[in-house]
Design a protein. Structure first.
Length: 83
């Protein structure tokens, strides 16, 4: 089965774009993408999720600021489920 996509435009400021993608059968989060403008420059953040031991957790976050030539990625590599 496909994915459920939820999207909002001009959410906080003109030009904002928020996109959330969920697994349609389990409603687990697959990704979130936020595009906006900060101090006149475009900014994009993408959060990708994964399933670990039955828990929906963040896999990685990518932040892109083209005007500042900045690309940063944070990866969740040591997730441990606590009992």
């Amino acid at each position: 089965m496909g994915n459920l996509q939820v999207q909002a435009f001009n959410f906080i400021t003109q030009g904002d774009n928020l996109q959330f993608i969920y697994n349609i059968s389990s409603l687990e989060t697959i990704s979130q993408t936020i595009s906006t403008v900060m101090n006149g420059d475009p900014v994009k953040a993408q959060v990708v999720y994964k399933l670990v031991n039955g828990v929906n957790v963040v896999d990685n976050i990518t932040l892109t600021l083209p005007a500042k030539e900045l690309n940063a990625t944070v990866t969740n590599s040591a997730f441990a489920k606590k009992l």
